[in-house]
Ligand binder design. Structure first.
Ligand code: SAM
Ligand code: SF4
Length: 427
């Protein structure tokens, strides 16, 4: 989501005639688009900001802007603590940058203090310019904010209440992407399953998928993230029946213990979650499933943690993102008793990761010798001689091929499976 917000920020600059700097100290304006989901992301921002103080001292004309969730969370306090910051804007008023830049040379801009209290009510129906990072796959926001208030999570406070974009705007954006040659769209929302809930139109997420599926030129549709409590049979059927919808489901479980899930305010039990996974697997046998895990949530006992380990062994995810619980300002979990100490959290995290590495590796190994279809995205980061693409199940595949393959669906025979990628030869 932040990556895509950065594309919007870059789009606004590009539209107003600004160019990307070389990154070697020649920038007139630097925007730090921040994340506050965990403490580590915040630390990174503050150390980057510290480095910019020097840059500003060397070049007083340099403008420094802070965007994203820390901007929303800290608001005006940032100006007080770091007087060398020029602008602050949150994820719900990226458009304010447009007003700032339009008709002004950046150098003449006055310091700007947007309002932080309210989310811009018009933001969901705004169509902002986007400077996209690639040419094959594109992010498309379908909704903003979140109403779920998981007790550990800062998102509802920084990104505000859930609001869906009108489906016609999403459709037009996807059509434009297809006309520009993009082949894959990745629909973004904190809880895509509740798409449309507050819209005047009669539409839900599966219906949106059916609608977007019609667009000629778009070959693949992905989406993140789904909340298990709203993950429906209707969506499973849409995923099964729509060939362009990729056979990959990211369904964050967070924990395997019902006690912990209740404390997290996740509104499902592990049994309910597992039943949905079983239904998904029985409808779409080739489905790849990934998840998010939080270890060391306040009150998580050894016994609770064992239930998370059991869930991982039982479900056999294709991959996981695992995090140590991180205290977030203003969240309910802060007030819970029995916070887990840091060493214990670290031990649990490495235990989870070790177990999952085995599962992921063994699953990838099963693909050796098989021919898979990938959408080719471009040169591989690791080896520029090779091309890289993804299977419908979101596995990365590298192979030797010509640049004319980029943007095409190509069959590749898997020769070697590693933990994070597969390599193969073109068929
Ligand atoms: N909306 C999505 C959902 O409900 O799963 C994803 C939200 S969040 C951007 C991505 C992941 O970060 C979450 O699934 C959770 O595992 C993790 N996360 C959020 N807050 C956290 C915290 N305070 N400490 C550790 N991990 C956290
Ligand atoms: Fe955060 Fe929960 Fe909303 Fe996901 S569903 S963004 S974890 S509050």
């Amino acid at each position: 989501m932040n990556v895509h917000d950065s594309e919007k920020i870059a789009g606004i600059f590009a539209e107003s005639g600004h160019e990307e700097s070389t990154g070697k100290g020649d920038a007139d304006v630097i925007v730090l688009n921040t994340c506050s989901i965990r403490e580590k992301a915040e630390h990174k921002f503050y150390s980057d900001l510290g480095r910019l103080k020097k840059a500003k001292a060397n070049n007083p004309d340099l403008k420094i802007a802070v965007a994203g969730c820390i901007a929303q969370q800290e608001g005006k306090k940032l100006f007080k603590r770091f007087p060398y910051i020029d602008f602050v804007f949150g994820p719900n008023n990226i458009d304010s940058l447009q007003t700032l830049i339009n008709g002004n040379a950046l150098a003449t801009l006055k310091r700007h203090q947007p309002t932080f209290i309210d989310v811009n009510p018009d933001y969901p129906s705004m169509v902002l310019p986007v400077k996209r990072a690639g040419e094959v796959k594109a992010w498309v926001s379908i909704m903003y904010g979140c109403d779920n208030f998981c007790s550990y999570c800062v998102v509802p406070y920084t990104r505000g209440r859930e609001r869906s974009r009108p489906s016609t705007d999403i459709y037009k954006e996807a059509e434009k992407l297809a006309a520009e040659g993009f082949k894959e769209i990745n629909l973004l929302g904190q809880n895509v399953n509740s798409y449309g809930r507050k819209l005047d139109e009669d539409i839900d997420f599966p219906a949106l998928l059916y609608k977007l599926h019609e667009i000629e030129g778009i070959e693949r549709i992905r989406f993140v993230t789904s909340h298990p409590k709203d993950f429906s049979e209707k969506l499973i059927e849409a995923m099964r029946d729509l060939p362009k919808v990729c056979k990959h489901m990211h369904l964050p479980v967070q924990a395997g213990s019902d006690n912990v899930l209740a404390l997290m305010n996740r509104k499902y039990t592990y049994k309910e979650y597992k039943e949905k996974i079983d239904l998904l697997k029985s409808n779409i046998p080739e489905i790849a499933i990934t998840t998010d895990i939080i270890v060391g949530f306040p009150g998580e006992t050894d016994e609770d943690f064992r239930l998370t380990m059991k869930a991982l062994s039982e479900i056999e995810y294709d991959g996981i993102f695992a995090f140590k619980y991180s205290k977030r300002p203003g969240t309910k979990a802060l007030e819970l008793p029995d916070h887990v100490d840091e060493d214990n959290k670290s031990e649990r995290l490495s235990e989870v990761q070790k177990l999952q590495e085995n599962i992921t590796y063994n699953k990838n190994k099963l693909l050796e010798g098989r021919t898979v279809e990938i959408l080719v995205e471009g040169a591989s980061d690791a080896d520029k001689e090779k091309l890289t693409g993804r299977t419908t199940t979101n596995k990365i595949v590298n192979y030797y091929g010509g640049s004319s393959d980029i943007g095409k669906l190509i069959n590749v025979k898997i020769l070697d499976a590693k933990m994070h990628s597969l390599s193969g030869e073109k068929r």
